[in-house]
Design a protein around this ligand. Structure first.
Ligand code: 5GP
Ligand code: MN
Length: 337
């Protein structure tokens, strides 16, 4: 993977560009993709954003979201666009598997692949150019850096700012996590100076749910959470029957994993959701508990040091059993005792 700086001057040549991101895009994935979309359109390119799957409806307000293709329902059209693309920007994921069924299509696409990402252990051989930096708060911060270092900072407009800010607050827990350093706050100030309405972005993302989602959270915290004080860990497991009963949609479970971390002493929180095709794990931690390694070793996943995800093809009951066994056997290695 060559440094991303090498493509700046080549981008002065109008091209066909695809931007893609990880499945079930979150605010950082969608925000960075759409901010880059607006930048590259302004640069003179023909640009299409393709999401591997659907996304939460609380992202639909983002300028440009109405033009994003959902690969799962536009396969032929998306594949034709991908095969014809000169450049394929891959945002907010470290390995092509994270794009689910899009992965083999990206693999055979002839265009140059450009990675912009902040996850650990990227599959660098898959990309011709790119930047991977785990020190960055968010991919939105990296798209902002790309804009500034390619000499296009003056193109920053309100639409880009709204998109970039969404990813910034999404991935920093609204400026709370350690990665929200001085450069992140300076970036936010720059976004404000071009007309960012930060209150509106917060409302769109955090205050746009239906009553059923809050009832669901109440139910899950009361009935589906186990706390293992001896291991400073809490687990939430969500059977399919709960998802059906409360009519839970994509995005409704986002953030649920963070609740147990507000319990005094809890250093790791895990949630497993019984999805149709797999059991999906999310892990969050505080301080020196490395959930990237935990997810990678035991749950076919990875991510960041303090926030990672994984999966299992076992039943919900069995994968929960595995979690408890792993916890008992490896808690001290992960600084949980
Ligand atoms: P979340 O729990 O919000 O789905 O994901 C937490 C972090 O881990 C995100 O940065 C996400 O991109 C990453 N992540 C989630 N699931 C997986 C996975 O299955 N594999 C890898 N490598 N990363 C994941
Ligand atoms: Mn991210």
């Amino acid at each position: 993977m060559q440094p991303i700086e090498q493509i700046y001057t080549r981008l002065d040549q109008p091209a066909k560009i695809v931007i893609t991101t990880h499945q079930k895009p979150d605010p950082d994935a969608m925000g960075s993709s759409l901010a880059l979309y607006h930048l590259l359109v302004r640069w003179g390119h023909q640009v299409t954003v393709i999401s591997p799957t659907n996304w939460a409806s609380f992202l639909d307000w983002m300028p440009g979201a109405d033009k994003v293709l959902n690969y799962e329902i536009t396969r032929e059209k998306s594949e034709a666009i991908i095969m014809a693309a000169d450049w394929l920007f891959c945002l907010d994921f470290n390995t092509p598997i994270r794009t689910k069924h899009l992965s083999p299509v990206l693999a055979k696409a002839p265009g140059s692949k450009v990675l912009i990402d902040h996850h650990q252990q990227p599959a660098v051989d898959f990309f011709q150019y790119g930047v991977s930096d785990t020190g960055k708060s968010s991919t939105c911060e990296m798209v902002y850096d790309f804009m500034v270092s390619s000499g296009k900072a003056s193109w920053l407009d309100t639409d880009m700012a709204q998109c970039l800010y969404a990813g910034l607050i999404g991935d920093t827990g609204s400026f709370r996590f350690p990665a929200a350093g001085a450069s992140v706050h300076r970036m936010a100030a720059h976004l404000k100076s071009v007309g960012l309405n930060h209150t509106l972005v917060h409302e769109h993302i955090y205050d746009s749910f239906l009553e059923n989602r809050l009832r669901f959270i109440g139910h899950v915290l009361t009935n589906r959470m186990e706390v293992f004080y001896e291991f400073n860990t809490a687990l939430i497991y969500v059977p399919k029957s709960d998802l059906l009963k409360y009519d839970i949609k994509t995005g409704d479970t986002e953030g649920l994993v963070n609740y147990p971390l507000s319990i005094q002493g809890i250093k790791m929180a895990a949630i497993v959701i019984d999805r149709d095709e797999e059991r999906k794990w999310s892990f969050r931690s505080k301080g020196n508990v490395d959930v990237n390694t935990f997810a990678r070793r035991f749950f076919e996943g990875g991510g960041h040091f303090n926030a990672a995800g994984g999966r299992s093809s076992a039943s919900l009951e069995d994968t929960v059993k595995t979690f408890k066994k792993v916890l008992r056997e490896h808690a001290s290695e992960f600084q949980l005792t």
